[in-house]
Design a protein around this ligand. Sequence first.
Ligand SMILES: [Cu+2]
Length: 135
Amino acid sequence: MTRTRRELLRTFGLTLGGLALGGSLSGCALWESLYGKKPQDDGGAEEPPVATQTVEIVDFEFVPAVIRVTVGTTVTWINRDRAAHTATSTNPSGVFDSGSLAQDERFEFEFTAPGTYEYFCSIHPWMTGKVIVEA
Ligand SMILES: [Cu+2]
């Protein structure tokens, strides 16, 4: 066996290991070269904002996670999950809080001042989103 072939086999083995380990390698270059994108994002902080006034909660995610609206817009959150969720502002805190939304329940909030409003689900704090309110 040539040295070159052995190195190829070793590379192949590492690739299989990467596939098996999956998410634990999500930050490494091998994973990104194979799949291009991490399997779980970090709450959408790096996603480009979407111009919409409706956010659906689907499979424990705010969709879209980052939106932009103009001042005076009323944003509506709709929970499409069977699980209960909230939309609760975190930064700044205390601006809005939907309380627990059951399946297909909605929450509306009018943004009257420009700024960036970060929020999460108080039941599942890893669920995060952002509303960018433009003047
Ligand atoms: Cu939740």
